[in-house]
Design a protein around this ligand. Sequence first.
Ligand SMILES: Cc1ncc(COP(=O)(O)O)c(C=O)c1O
Length: 410
Amino acid sequence: MAQLAINGGAKTIDRPLGKKWPIFDEREEQALIEVLHSGLWWRGGARGEQPSKVTQFEDAFAAYQDAQFGVAVTNGTTALECALKAAGVGVGDEVLAPALTFVASATAIALVNGIPVFVDVDPKTFNIDPDAMEAAITPRTKAAVVVHNGGYPADMDRIHALAQAHGITVIEDAAHAHGSEWRGKRVGALSGLGSFSFQAFKQLTAGEGGIVITNDQDLAEKAFSYHNIGRIPGRPFYEFHRLASNLRMTEWQGAILLAQLSRLDEQVATRERNTAYLAQGLREIEGVAPIERDDRVTRWSFYYWNFFYDQAGFDGVPRDRFLEAVRAEGAPINVGAHGRPIYRNPIFETMDNIAGVPVDFREVECPTAEHLFANVALSLSHTVFLGEQEDMDLILEAIRKVRAHVSELT
Ligand SMILES: Cc1ncc(COP(=O)(O)O)c(C=O)c1O
């Protein structure tokens, strides 16, 4: 008789795991009511002109990420665009970006008229591979977008050294990494500038939102100007200095984000505890494995938690077949690392110029990214790790069951 749920057997997990997202309580309610009654629903043209939740949040979040300056914006994509503009990226400038990430990490480059150069990833971390980065650098390389995929910090020692040696600005796309640390310092402003997303599913959210952070005052002033239609603080309100859009965050978002931030440390601690337990359990099952954490990753906060599938360890069963089976058991495991290599999206397959500069991405091939996406990458949402250890046991039980009955899948 069939044992696996996919073949009609009993399901291992019959309830949702972790916590329903988003999480909120009277802190968010009070903060929103406060904004409502204040009548100040936007920050205004400059910092410090009026009491502002956005300004408070910028300061609090920048400090949380060990940065001096923060510029809150509408979302993580515009945060990247704003950071790239502040870094001076323009027509024909090459910008390195990992092949495996959310598409915005590369479309933001093209949106500011830069040329994305897709770089392969490290099979042990899913992050941009510093050796491949080095090989991709040319005299036209202006910057690098470094994504901390699944919140796991990229090798910032190597990346910072490369950036210094070649005069490249690093933009950390930390959309998954609120609270992550490299060598005891929070990510985002470790090198040049960093961007974050506060979109609905992220571990810090206002439904939409983003921020640029940096320790460089000049870059911070440029980012502020680019987020505010090209205004410069101290100059007349109707005087514009840069070609720039309006990326300003509303006070509603600032209020929600301040409340969300008050919960983040506790949530990171719960996730760290549960992932350590799950990782240990995965090590004991043939065919799956966690990322083996580098000692320099002193805190790992994540949007989703990446781990590995090994087809050989599952008697040759393809990753996607395993996923169907384990999901049928009720374990909410997904394809990891944000799906296909991003140059495989129609937007890049059909793009033939960026601001008049000819491009052709059809021949791009990053073999490690292709293999990870197609055969290896697995992930679990951060919300799954906000529950009890019992939830981790259920996930392990579901995987063990599929492993024990793998012959039913062939
Ligand atoms: C790595 C990465 N960069 C940028 C973004 C864009 O953020 P947003 O959706 O807030 O525009 C995302 C969104 O998921 C992301 O995962």
